[in-house]
Design a protein around this ligand. Structure first.
Ligand code: G6P
Length: 610
């Protein structure tokens, strides 16, 4: 989703801004722009399409200035075109603004300003804000006061940067609901919505909280809230390393991240699984020990892939902790007026830790008295900070829009948490030990499963011509059918549907024909026999079956067009292995179709608006 970067310091800003925008590309966008400021003149550049087009125009005629702001836009209000791209200027062309989020009362502000004779250029909600700042500034000549007043007047969310032609050495940054980080370099500041655009320059950062406004100028950094009360900020050190956001020889970030999984799963378990004592150590939930002991019900929520991980979590919590568990879409939960009984342990699952709906759901269940844990990858992210306690995934930055390594780590972390809770209830030391040993063996088994890549590449070449796919799974692998279908949709734009295998008979079977690949997840668990029957049903209608299985089975090989074998494990952990061929199949199919896998159309990595 939209990305922001701003620079103020001793170097020419434009190159830093363009490079920063390239680091933000993975978030998803449809247009880009920047503005620099020198000698009281704003130099504005915009383009529809890729950052490299903006870079070309910058190289041809570099905009001058040691201060500037830039943006990648993911259209919400108004089509993706140059006029709607950011930065936006006010009527007097003195104030420039880049903005992430949504100004909800933009129509009322626009109507008011139009009555005052102000002409709008774009269809965006953002322009209402910059015009309002410009209008107030025109009346008072007080830049900071105008920004503050405008931010008090707007409803909605923002992460924003402001420049003013009359204040050539000042940048203003503010946040409410959309992330914003200020990097502190040597005599310079880099403000961004995402640490990956900052890490090239510095690892020292300040995370802004909601309703904080920062002024960056040669005097330093001054943070205050919207009411002008000064705020003391702590400087943090970014854990992110530059090599983590580079391709390291892989063709795409998604492929790199799929192949990182043996390592990322190890990292997610490091220091948390003790095989000597059969213990799980989760430092991040120590503070809620009492609430965990009293937990009567678990409520998991998230969006997209994180929601699928939560669905796997439901099976894990019920099986390992014998605790009633519900799963909800964060977007539904927040508006449903959820019933939160005493003893509810709510768990927010999110890679980025910034998804607007998940964050809002955290706030909603907190208000209603639930203990809220975060299972989050983004260190220092909004959800990580707003949950009482939590467990980080520690998988490093996930750049590929289609989530892969975060998903498997979410499942592994939820398995550890279910064991942790289970052990404090009925779970025997023997069973705990067995699950822990299996969990510990997963990274090596994932490495083995990754060897399927060549087979899957060939398979994808054959299958990529088909436009409708079905994914079937049972039990704990039913969410994997959903996830496999989602992965395919996200990057190959093929229509795919995931179903509990038995549900196929109740309607979707009508669609099966030789042109519909049916991916069936068929590990050797107690449902194997049933799954074989489902496969027979597909075959009887000439559907082409691609099976994901554990042990060689001639019967299965006769029925399926292709069998992808993954190592065996205990049933409740099998999603950690069945996910690998599903990810590779989606990836290779999208590549065969010639799509830009890391930048799928219309998608955003982190959805920070509703
Ligand atoms: C977007 C992404 C998905 C992701 C979902 C939830 O839709 O495209 O890949 O699963 O958001 O994101 P989160 O960061 O909360 O896990």
């Amino acid at each position: 989703m939209c990305g922001i970067i701003g620079y103020i310091g001793g170097r020419e800003a434009s190159e830093i801004l363009v490079n920063g925008l390239s680091q933000l590309e993975y978030r998803g966008y449809d247009s880009a722009g920047l503005v620099t400021l020198e000698n009281g003149k704003l130099d504005l550049r915009k383009t529809v399409g890729r950052v490299r087009q903006l870079a070309a125009s910058v190289v041809e005629q570099p905009p001058k200035g040691r201060i500037g702001i830039a943006h990648t836009r993911w259209a919400t209000h108004g089509r993706p075109n140059e006029t709607n791209a950011h930065p936006h200027l006010d009527n007097a062309r003195r104030i420039a603004l880049v903005h992430n989020g949504i100004i909800e009362n933009h129509a009322a502000i626009r109507a008011f300003l139009e009555q005052q004779g102000i002409e709008f250029q774009s269809e965006t909600d953002t322009e209402a804000l910059v015009q309002l700042i410009g209008f107030l500034y025109g009346q008072t000549g007080d830049l900071m006061g105008s920004v503050r007043q405008a931010l008090r007047d707007v409803q909605g969310t923002y992460g924003l940067l402001v420049l003013c032609a009359d204040a050539p050495q000042t940048m203003i940054a503010a946040r409410r609901g959309s992330p914003l980080i200020v990097g502190i370099g040597d005599g310079e500041y880099i403000a961004s919505s995402d640490a990956s655009a900052i890490v090239t320059h510095t690892s020292q950062v300040v995370y802004l909280e909601d309703n904080e406004i920062v002024t960056l100028d040669p005097e330093g950094m001054h943070v205050a809230n919207v009411d002008a009360t000064p705020v003391e900020k702590q400087v943090h050190t970014l854990e992110l390393k530059l090599q983590q956001i580079e391709l390291a020889g892989y063709e795409h970030h998604m492929l790199k991240e799929i192949f990182e999984q043996p390592e990322t799963l190890r990292n997610a378990m490091r220091g948390r699984v003790n095989l000597q004592t059969s213990e799980i150590l989760l430092g991040g939930v120590k503070r809620c020990e009492r609430e965990l002991a009293r937990c009567k019900r678990v409520l998991l929520f998230g969006c997209g892939t994180a929601w699928h991980a939560a669905l796997v979590g439901e099976y894990l919590f019920e099986e390992l902790a014998r605790t009633p568990t519900d799963v909800d879409y964060a977007s539904e939960l927040r508006y449903r007026n959820p019933i939160i009984e005493e003893g509810t342990l709510a768990i927010a699952v999110s890679q980025s830790g910034e998804t607007a709906d998940t964050l809002a759901a955290v706030r909603e269940v907190k208000t209603k008295g639930a203990t809220v844990l975060g299972v989050v990858n983004g260190v220092g992210s909004s959800i990580a900070r707003e949950t009482e306690s939590g467990i980080y995934l520690h998988v490093g930055p996930e750049i590929g829009v289609a989530s892969t390594k975060a998903f498997t780590a979410q499942v592994a972390v939820l398995a550890m948490l279910a064991l942790y809770l289970g052990r404090r209830r009925h779970l025997s030391p023997e069973r705990t030990d067995q699950v822990l040993r299996e969990l510990n063996a997963i990274p090596d088994k994932v490495r083995e499963a990754l060897e399927l890549n060549a087979q899957i590449k060939d398979l994808a070449e054959r299958l990529s011509v088909w436009d409708n796919w079905l994914y079937l799974g049972r039990g704990v692998n039913y969410p994997l059918a959903l996830e496999g279908a989602l992965k395919l949709k996200e990057i190959s734009y093929i229509h795919a549907e995931g179903l509990p295998a038995a549900e196929m008979k109740h309607g979707p079977i009508a669609m099966i024909d030789p042109g519909m690949p049916v991916v069936v997840i068929a590990p050797r668990d107690h449902t194997y026999g049933k799954i074989l029957s489902n496969i027979e049903e597909v075959r009887s209608r000439d559907g082409r079956v691609i099976a994901i299985a554990n042990e060689r089975d001639r019967e299965l090989e006769k029925l399926a067009e292709e069998v992808l074998y993954v190592p065996s494990t205990i049933p409740c952990l099998s999603p950690l292995l069945t996910s690998i061929p599903l990810q590779l199949l989606a990836y290779q199919t999208a590549v065969c179709r010639g799509h830009d896998v890391d930048k799928p159309r219309n998608l955003a990595k982190s959805v920070t608006v509703e």
